[in-house]
Design a protein around this ligand. Structure first.
Ligand code: ADP
Ligand code: ZN
Ligand code: MG
Length: 481
């Protein structure tokens, strides 16, 4: 079979984290009782006029800067006309020929290599309501509509056709999600529909000068679906071409149950929507000063944070990557360091102990039973040699279970480090006396058996002897006679 390559471009919608809707003061809270958050504006009653939500604009600007887009000095809302029962206005407010921002990029890492993905544009729009086709006693005859989501503020981010594999598409969406969460532009909750993704896919012979005809796949509302749907769609298109056919330009739907994409409708074109500037809304005019203001108020982005962690805390790039994967986790780490935890130890313990246990307990870092200060308390005790690292793990486990401090647990459960030189020396002498052959080997220059003696002393003390003290004392005892 000839060698094909896929070409993928993603269109991502994110719901903005505002209190109210895009053009009216209704709450845009998710999950309220149906049709409780509505007003003449979002229900499109005659004569009602929309007013742009300032916070929504600010969040859209923040997102634009975070993905390196140029903010346009003038952008304009347009009406995208179509009919659907959950769209009372008969049009969606979107931006068409003058988007808010354009020409950005995102750095992704897939299959071990970095790659820059171009971003065509970012524009603002409003959401439609929700049709409820299931869940009512008469759902076989009726569909219901919830208008709460009508007019909720969205941004749409359109990528260039720069992605080549499902893994790259996955990485792109992961990176974009992380940035939108970090900047608090969106909560990106995919189950609640706060982050939605459509994929445009085509295939071509590797090295071909032109792109093939694309199909658009909708309904990719989880990362798993995105990867699966792309794999299937790429295979399907290759099959069509190999069979001598040609790919149709159409909109397809990912059918989760059947595990394949299916035709939804033939491709719609921009002219089908009769776009025209929305006469009810002023153009959005943005001065350089306003853009600067947004830039200054930007929170630190994940990449910058990781670089700073490397510099300031001298942890490994891997650790810095894990610790900055979410803003909450990065905050936890920095709070522990601020509470005087040694940075490297804090990184280690958070990544190996804390994340593991949180994962097992299906908890988020925000719900950690161990506060950053409590972790710092434990690491301080270990650093000062008051308990050994081995006991530390047990104390950690108890802290995680009980939410108590290291101090309380160590005292109550007898986890105290044996630093008493006399006590350690007594045990060291017993251990050496029990293994005269090994002691002789050591004295004859076999350094390797030293580890054996350390192990024996640690065993006798149930891991509670201070390792530093054990080393020194054993050396002295073995060196005698
Ligand atoms: P349309 O006019 O169908 O909306 P656009 O040119 O606006 O198409 O592109 C929509 C999305 O499709 C973008 O994310 C773009 O990167 C992607 N895209 C464009 N052409 C192709 C292609 N041949 N194969 C895959 N994706 C493509
Ligand atoms: Zn309203
Ligand atoms: Mg388009």
């Amino acid at each position: 079979m000839a060698c094909y390559e896929a070409v993928i471009g993603l269109e991502v919608h994110a719901r903005l984290l505002t209190r109210t809707k895009a053009f009216c003061s209704c709450s845009s809270n998710f999950g309220d009782a149906p049709n409780t958050n509505t007003c003449p504006v979002c229900l499109a009653l005659p004569g009602a006029l929309p007013v742009l939500n300032k916070k929504a604009l600010e969040l859209a600007l923040r997102a634009s800067l975070a993905i390196h887009c140029q903010i346009q000095p003038l952008s304009r809302f347009a009406r995208k006309n179509y009919f659907y029962p959950d769209l009372p206005k008969g049009y969606q407010i979107s931006m068409y020929e003058l988007p808010l921002a354009a020409g950005g990029w995102l750095e992704i890492e897939a299959e071990g290599t970095g790659k820059r993905i171009g971003i065509t544009r970012l524009h603002m729009e409003d959401d439609a309501g929700k049709s409820l086709h299931e869940g009512f006693p008469d759902s076989d005859r009726w569909s219901y509509i919830d208008f709460n989501r009508c007019g909720a503020p969205l941004i749409e981010i359109v990528s260039e056709p720069d992605l080549r594999t499902p893994a790259e598409a996955y990485a792109y969406l992961t990176t974009l999600k992380q940035i939108l969460e970090y900047t608090e532009v969106s909560d990106c909750n995919m189950e609640e529909g706060s982050l939605r993704c459509d994929a445009n896919v085509s295939v071509r012979l590797r090295g071909a000068p032109k792109f093939g005809t694309k199909a658009e796949v909708k309904n990719l509302n989880s990362f798993r679906y995105l990867a699966h749907a792309l794999e299937h769609e790429i295979e399907r298109q290759i099959g069509v071409i190999e069979a001598g056919g040609s790919v149709a330009q159409e909109t397809r739907l990912w059918n989760v149950a059947a595990g394949r994409t299916e035709v939804m409708r033939s491709k719609e074109f921009a002219h089908d929507y009769r776009y025209f500037p929305d006469p009810d809304l002023l153009p959005v005019s943005l001065s350089a000063a306003r853009v600067e203001e947004v830039r200054r108020s930007m929170p630190e982005l994940p990449g910058d944070k990781a670089a700073r962690f490397l510099r300031d805390y001298r942890i490994t790039p891997y650790d810095a990557g894990v610790l900055t994967s979410t803003r909450a986790l990065a905050g936890y780490f920095e709070a522990a360091v601020q509470a005087a935890a040694p940075a490297k130890a804090a990184a280690n313990w958070i990544i190996t102990e804390l994340l593991g246990r949180l994962n097992d307990a299906e908890k988020e870092i925000a719900d950690s039973p161990l506060s950053p200060a409590a972790l710092a308390g434990l690491l301080g005790k270990i650093e000062r040699g008051e308990i050994t690292a081995a006991s530390g793990k047990k104390v950690f486990a108890r802290m995680f279970e009980t939410g108590k401090s290291a101090e309380e647990i160590a005292a109550a459960e007898g986890f105290t480090s044996i630093k008493d030189a006399g006590a350690i020396e007594k045990i060291a002498r017993e251990v050496v006396a029990k293994s005269p052959e090994n002691a002789a080997k050591y004295r004859a220059g076999n350094e390797g058996v030293f580890k054996f003696f350390i192990g024996q002393v640690m065993r006798e003390t149930r891991g509670q002897a201070d390792p530093q003290a054990v080393q020194e004392i054993l050396k002295r005892v073995l060196g005698e006679s």
